[in-house]
Unconditional design. Sequence first.
Length: 428
Amino acid sequence: DEALVNAAKFLPKLPCALFAVAMTASSPSSSGERFTWKRSTTCKAIVSAYSEQWSDIDFEDVGEELAEKLNDHDIFAFLSSIDAKKTLQTLKLTGCINITGRGLIPLRGSCVLEQIDLSLVGQHESPDIEPEPSISQKAVIRVLGSIVRSPTSSLKQIQLPKKFLSETGRIGAYSELKQFLFKYNRLLESRRSSCSKCVISSEDPRELQFRRENDIRATPWIDFQREDKYSWGRQNFTCYKCMNIFFPNFICDCEESLHSFLGHCSTCEKHYCQDCVTMIECEFCSKSSCNECGEMLECEHCSSMYCKDCVYETECCGRTICEMCPYIMCNGEGCTKAHCGECQNDESPDVESCSKCCDEFCSDCRYLSCSENWARACEDCKDMIAPLITSRLIEDNQKLLQNNHELTEENEKLRDENEALRKNQRTG
């Protein structure tokens, strides 16, 4: 045992814990919905060597390949081995896509857990997972519900799986998830937390006055009422990284510039404060993204930053152009060709606007549009693609000649084979 304990000290924290679990005398077993597992002496000795380091666990540390192989039995054994209910403050189940959540049972009633990330993806990764992960709403809510019910609960931040935030999760006024979110929101409100920037309580009289004067409800800590798929079930006011709290300025005394101090990344769908992560906002649609997520592109004409939905790569010069800069984009179905304003004086721009019908097409899409009904097609459009029509006719004629040549060769080959068969019949 001593040799194994000494060897384990050379392993990183999380692999060391999994090694300790592997050294147990018994494997986790289940009876109905309950897991049972007993730590071996070796396991206890290995874990004791890291007794002060089990507060923060991120399964990203074991690598994607191993994390995908872990199941609920593995998670149950790991959490039991470190006595997670009393030691674990932050848990991130990065990459554990094959768990249902039943393995989280050792966390039930925890009074020390402050943050749990169930999105199953890394910090700056999209929460959309295909195929849909196995994680179960029922299994997870049972554990989280027991934590929220504890009068001494320390829970500050929850990142739910994208699977839970789908339409099915919002159906039913009394669904388990809605009831849990309501209780969790009530827990956060009861703490009367203060803004990290101006130290003004969320229960400040000015907030109540704002509610009365505007006859609206203040933004909840976690949205459990609105059916908006972009905000439902997502926690407000709390930075994912530092877990500090930032209120909008109608609640507190923050300066105007701090109104957006806490930003929401549209890619990884997490909230970050400006002290932890640099957020970049699209100049056109106001969508924000972490600098680490790298979803924003710079317009090469005006140098402003835009999301990938608001910029185009021009066909003429290959530059990235935004919605606000002069350009012509092809209106053909599924076509993304664009021509920037600076290149419109070229001898043959690929994307042009017809002076008669005003249709904006590239040459290929204009040809397809006209070819649907040549008789009713715009005459100016046909003139614009006249060289293309000629080249297409030449290409079609060449293809016909080539097909004719191939058919002639095939016919001669068949005739030779037929003649050989006749000779064989005569000699036979």
